[in-house]
Ligand binder design. Sequence first.
Ligand SMILES: [Mn+2]
Length: 310
Amino acid sequence: MLETLTGQKKKDYLDRIIANLMALDWLEPTDIPLGGFNASLDVADHFVVGAPLDETASFRSGCGDAPLEIRKMASNLEPVDIYTWSDIADVFVHDFGDIIFENREDLFRKIETLMNTYTSKTPLMLGGEHTVTAAVANRFKNHLFIMLDAHADLRDSYNGNHWSHACVARRLVEKVGGEHLFQIGLRGITKEEKQFATENGIRQYFSFIWRKHIIEYAVNEIKDLLPSFEGLYLTVDMDVFDPAFVPGVGNPEPLGLTPREIFQILDLLPRYDGMDIVELNPQFDPTGASQSVAARLAMFLLCHNDFNQR
Ligand SMILES: [Mn+2]
């Protein structure tokens, strides 16, 4: 079979073999794929994968349930995205299910394997705690990281842990450099973190800036910067949303942005070459409101990318 194939067909065939091997190995398939139906890997433009790391919660754990709860909620939302009028069913998404792992190092290796194997497909990773974003640093080291977060996450260590979710931006900057990090929506930060950001050329937009300005200034600055990078990587910590809208997070922080403000920012930017949604903690929102924002965000991002082709 293999000898008769060339080019893209051969690559797709090999992709499928690898996927099958890996699926047996350490991927737990889902029966509620994000977007409603599971496009086969060879035609998918995007892949979804759950990375339910829930190890270093500094306040309250539970974000390991997020991938499942996001998929469940997504299956109960209407399929049409009102920003693009795309139907999620028309977007080719392959949902790998969740990664089974032993510890953080093991999870990181597996995330890197997926990212490096399927470079022609755009990943959407569902956390898990924010630490997982550091696992994509090598794959996207030439990209600009748009980080939506209430917290700067720039500590060198937290509670004695170098790999705490409170340190993820620091780990990222060590790999990609401060000029590759663009933070939006911050309001939880230490003076040391602010100093580190200034010294390392990290761009920071705080949540209290009048809403019109945060949207226009941040978006315009990103567009100006974009030609110097290979593209955009987007990481959304669900605590960037005001806790009135998204109480289901590990570390709620008031004075946040509204879902409409966040979606507006994301809508004004071009396509994202890689994405993650992290830190949703469904245990702290029995109403499901937080899960619905996360699920709509996931569907919106897939439709946005499909609409804004490369
Ligand atoms: Mn974070």
